[in-house]
Design a protein around this ligand. Structure first.
Ligand SMILES: Cc1cc2nc3c(=O)[nH]c(=O)nc-3n(C[C@H](O)[C@H](O)[C@H](O)COP(=O)(O)OP(=O)(O)OC[C@H]3O[C@@H](n4cnc5c(N)ncnc54)[C@H](O)[C@@H]3O)c2cc1C
Length: 668
C-alpha cells in the first residue's frame, strides 16, 4: 500500500530511509500521547527539534502525516481535538449497526468531516460487546479477552479511556467430577473430594493434542491432503483420521511385540539352545552307559596290563567329555533361563492395546472443546486447510497477524469501549433496519421500523450487520427479521456469505457472596466432560473479576443445544458441576446469574465467524468488498470499478483479524 501511495520514495534507498524514519517517528509521537490530536504542525516541529528531518523532506512529512491520519494509524479513537473538524458538504453516510465496526467507522468518518447517522436495533451500543453489571458484579457476556497488546489498536484506546486491563494467568487446573482423590481445599475447613487431573497426565495429553493438531496441519499443508472421497475435509474429520492412524499404529506395535515373544519362544536362537541341550543330554547318557561298562584298573590288575591302561585312558577321555558337556549344559541352561525371563518380562510389559484410554480421551476432548471455543464452532464444521488463517497463508506458515504479549481481560467491563466511542455520535437506538436500497445516483437509503416506517437518505450506506444476520446459520435458532437488499446483493457476495461459517458460543455468569475457588493462583479452571458430544458444556470457568463472579463457557455442539434449555436447568447444571469439583457444602447458591443465548439473539444470530468447510480467507475479502446497483463483478470492484454505494464492515470482513473486537474496529 505504501509503495503504491509513495511511488517516488521507492526509487532510491535514501528516500526509503527518510520515509521510514519520518513515518516511524510520527507514529511514536502519537503513541507517546494518544490522548491529544497529533497535528501536523506539532509533529514537524518535534521532528525538526529532534533533527530527524531535513528541510527538503518537509513536504514528504506532510504527505506521511496525512496518509497516517487518513488510514487511521494516528488520531483515532477518543482524543482531544486541537483543530476543529471541517465539514464536507453533501457527504452523508448511514451506518447500520452500532457495534465496534459501526462505531469506529462513524468516528473516523465524522473526523473526516462527513455527516454520519448510525441506526441500531438494540437499545444499547456495542453489539457483541456487552457487559453484565449488577452492583459490584461485572462480567462480559460477549467479547472479553484482549489477545495481546503488541501491535493491537486496543492498546491505544486503553490509554485513551480507563480500560482496566488485567493479565490472565494461564495456569488452568482441570477437574473431573466424581472420583476419589482427597485434598485439603484452601478455603474450607473440611477435607473435600476434589478430583484434580495430575499435572503430568494433563501435560502428556496436552502434548498429544498439540502433536495431533500439528499432524492435521502437516496433512493439509505439507502433504496436500485436504479432500477425502471427493469431499473437502473438516478439521474434525482430519483429527478423526489421525487418531485412527495412531490407533492402528498402536495395534501394529502390539502385534510386533507378540511376534517378538513368539520368536523368543520358537525362534532359531531358542531352537539352537534346546536342540544342543538335548544333544548334550543324549551324549551324557551315552557317557554314563559306556563308563558303567568299562572295567576299572582294579578289576583288570593282574590280567592284561596294556588293556587296562587303554581302558583307563578311555575312561578319562569320557570323563573329560562329560565335564565339558556339563559346563556347556550349565551355560546353555543359563541362556534358556535368560530367554524365558525375557519372554516373561515381555509378556508382563505388553504395550497399550489402545492409543487413548477412556480417561485420556476425556482429557483430549477437553482440549478439543477449548479449540471449539476459540473458533465458536464444532471441529467438524471448520475447514481443515483454512481454519487457522492467522497461521497459514497459501500453505505457508506465518505469524504476522498475531499480537505479542499476554492475553488480558478488561476488568471494568469491555462495554466501556463502545460507550466511550458512541459519545457525541448521532445514533438512533431501538431502530431495526429491514431494507437497504442503493442506486447509482448516490441516493442510497435505508428503511427502518419502530412501529412507524422511516426512510433515511444518504450518499452511502455502510452495513455492519453481523454475518449471522445477513445469512442466518441455524434455521432452528433463527428468530429475527430478514434483511432485504434492493437491488439484491450480487451472487459473488451471496455465495461467499453462504460459504462462510458463523458459530456460537455461550456463557453462564454466576455471582456469589464469596469465592470458593482458588482465586489467588488461577484465573480459570477446566471441567472435564463425560462424553465427546457434551465436551463443550460448561467446560471452562473464568474467575477474572474482583467480585466473586464465575463465567462458565458453553462451546462446540453444546452451545446450540443449551440454547433450547431453560435458565433454571442451565443454572442447576452449572452448580452441579461446581459441587462435583469443590464439594456440595462449599458451593453456595448464586445471588445473581445470567445465561447468554447468542444464537437466538435476533441481532447477532451467533457469536462470530469461522472458516467453514468449503470457505477460505478469500471469502472475508469478498465480504469486505462494496457493491453497486449494477452488480459489478468482484474483480472490477476491487480494481476501483463500478459505482459503489453500499459498503461493508464488521469482524467477518477482516481476513487477518476475524472474530475479534480489534478486527471489527480495524474493519470500521
Ligand atoms: C460470546 C462471545 C465471546 C467473544 N469473545 C471475544 C473475545 O474474547 N475477544 C475478542 O476480541 N472478540 C470476542 N468476540 C467477538 C467480538 O465480540 C466481535 O468480533 C465484535 O464485537 C463484532 O463487532 P461488529 O461491529 O462486527 O458486530 P456487532 O457487534 O454484532 O455489531 C453489529 C450491530 O448491528 C446491530 N444490528 C443487527 N441487526 C440489525 C438491524 N436489522 N438493524 C439495525 N441494527 C442491527 C446489532 O445489534 C449490533 O449492534 C466474542 C463474541 C461473542 C459473542
Amino acid at each position: 500500500e505504501e509503495r503504491d501511495l509513495f511511488p517516488d520514495v521507492i526509487k532510491d534507498v535514501n528516500s526509503q530511509v527518510s520515509f521510514l524514519n519520518i513515518r516511524n517517528r510520527i507514529l511514536q509521537l502519537w503513541l507517546d500521547n494518544p490522548k491529544v490530536e497529533l497535528i501536523y504542525e506539532v509533529a514537524v516541529q518535534r521532528l525538526t527539534d529532534l533533527k530527524e528531518i531535513s528541510p527538503e523532506n518537509v513536504p514528504l512529512s506532510l504527505q506521511i502525516h496525512k496518509y497516517l491520519e487518513r488510514h487511521g494509524f494516528i488520531n483515532f479513537g477518543i482524543f482531544k481535538r486541537i483543530h476543529p473538524i471541517r465539514k464536507i458538504k453533501k457527504a452523508k453516510v448511514v451506518i447500520i449497526g452500532a457495534g465496534i465496526a459501526g462505531l469506529a467507522a462513524a468516528r473516523q468518518l465524522t473526523s473526516f468531516g462527513m455527516e454520519v447517522i448510525i441506526i441500531e436495533a438494540r437499545d444499547r451500543v456495542g453489539g457483541r460487546v456487552s457487559t453484565f453489571r449488577k452492583g459490584k458484579f461485572v462480567a462480559d457476556l460477549g467479547a472479553m479477552v484482549v489477545t495481546g497488546l503488541g501491535g493491537n489498536p486496543i492498546t491505544v484506546i486503553s490509554k485513551q479511556i480507563n480500560m482496566e486491563l488485567h493479565k490472565i494467568k494461564q495456569d488452568c487446573p482441570l477437574y473431573e467430577t466424581g472420583g476419589s482423590r482427597v485434598i485439603k481445599y484452601p478455603h474450607s475447613r473440611n477435607w473435600v473430594v476434589r478430583i484434580i487431573v495430575p499435572r503430568e497426565k494433563d501435560l502428556l495429553v496436552e502434548k498429544e493434542f498439540n502433536k495431533l493438531l500439528e499432524a492435521t496441519a502437516h496433512m493439509s499443508h505439507e502433504m496436500g491432503i485436504d479432500t477425502f472421497k471427493d469431499q473437502q475435509l473438516s478439521l474434525g474429520k482430519a483429527f478423526e483420521l489421525v487418531i485412527n492412524l495412531q490407533e492402528k499404529s498402536v495395534k501394529e506395535q502390539l502385534l510386533a511385540h507378540w511376534h517378538q515373544i513368539a520368536k523368543l519362544h520358537t525362534g532359531p536362537a531358542t531352537r539352537k539352545v534346546l536342540s544342543r541341550m538335548s544333544d548334550l543330554k543324549e551324549a551324557a547318557v551315552k557317557c554314563r552307559d559306556t563308563l558303567a561298562n568299562l572295567p576299572t584298573m582294579a578289576d583288570m590288575e593282574d590280567k592284561e596290563c596294556e588293556k587296562s591302561i587303554s581302558n583307563e585312558f578311555e575312561r578319562r577321555c569320557i570323563m573329560k567329555d562329560w565335564r565339558e558337556a556339563c559346563t556347556e549344559a550349565v551355560e546353555l541352561n543359563e541362556k534358556r533361563l535368560n530367554l524365558e525371563s525375557e519372554i516373561v518380562a515381555m509378556e508382563h510389559n505388553l504395550p497399550s492395546d489402545v492409543y487413548l484410554s477412556s480417561k485420556d480421551r476425556q482429557l483430549l476432548d477437553w482440549h478439543l472443546a477449548n479449540l471449539e471455543f476459540a473458533n465458536a464452532a464444532p471441529l467438524d464444521k471448520l475447514s481443515l486447510k483454512h481454519w487457522n488463517q492467522l497461521k497459514y497463508l497459501n500453505n505457508l506458515r506465518m505469524n504476522g497477524y498475531e499480537f505479542s504479549g499476554s492475553h488480558l481481560v478488561v476488568r471494568n467491563g469491555y462495554s466501556i469501549l463502545p460507550t466511550a466511542y458512541a459519545d457525541g455520535l448521532d445514533i438512533r437506538l431501538s431502530t431495526t433496519v429491514r431494507k437497504m436500497s442503493y442506486s447509482d445516483l448516490g441516493n442510497a437509503f435505508v428503511k427502518h421500523v419502530l412501529r412507524t416506517l422511516i426512510y433515511v437518505f444518504a450518499t452511502q450506506i455502510l452495513c455492519t450487520l453481523p454475518l449471522g444476520v445477513l445469512n442466518p446459520p441455524d434455521p432452528e435458532l433463527d428468530q429475527g427479521p430478514t434483511i432485504e437488499f434492493d437491488p439484491p446483493l450480487p451472487t459473488w457476495k451471496v455465495d461467499a456469505m453462504k460459504r462462510m461459517g458463523f458459530g456460537n458460543l455461550n456463557k453462564v455468569v454466576l455471582c456469589f457472596d464469596r469465592t470458593f475457588w482458588d482465586a489467588a493462583s488461577t484465573n480459570m479452571f477446566g471441567h472435564i466432560g463425560a462424553t465427546t458430544s457434551s465436551r463443550g458444556e460448561l467446560f471452562l470457568f473464568w474467575a477474572i473479576y474482583r467480585a466473586p463472579v464465575l463465567i462458565a463457557l458453553v462451546a462446540g455442539k453444546s452451545a446450540n443445544v443449551m440454547e433450547h434449555v431453560g435458565d433454571g436447568v442451565v443454572l442447576s447444571r452449572a452448580i452441579a458441576v461446581l459441587k462435583g469439583i469443590f464439594g456440595p457444602e462449599n458451593v453456595p447458591e448464586p445471588i445473581n446469574y445470567t445465561v447468554t443465548r447468542w444464537g437466538s439473539d435476533p441481532w447477532a444470530k451467533g457469536s462470530y465467524s469461522y472458516v467453514a468447510v468449503g470457505s477460505s480467507g478469500d471469502d472475508y475479502d469478498i465480504m469486505a468488498c462494496p457493491v453497486d446497483k449494477n452488480g459489478t463483478s468482484y474483480d472490477n470492484m476491487m480494481n476501483n470499478g463500478g459505482n459503489p454505494r453500499m459498503f461493508f464492515a464488521g469482524e467477518h470482513t477482516m481476513r487477518n483479524y476475524p472474530a475479534t473486537v480489534h478486527g471489527a474496529l480495524l474493519s470500521g
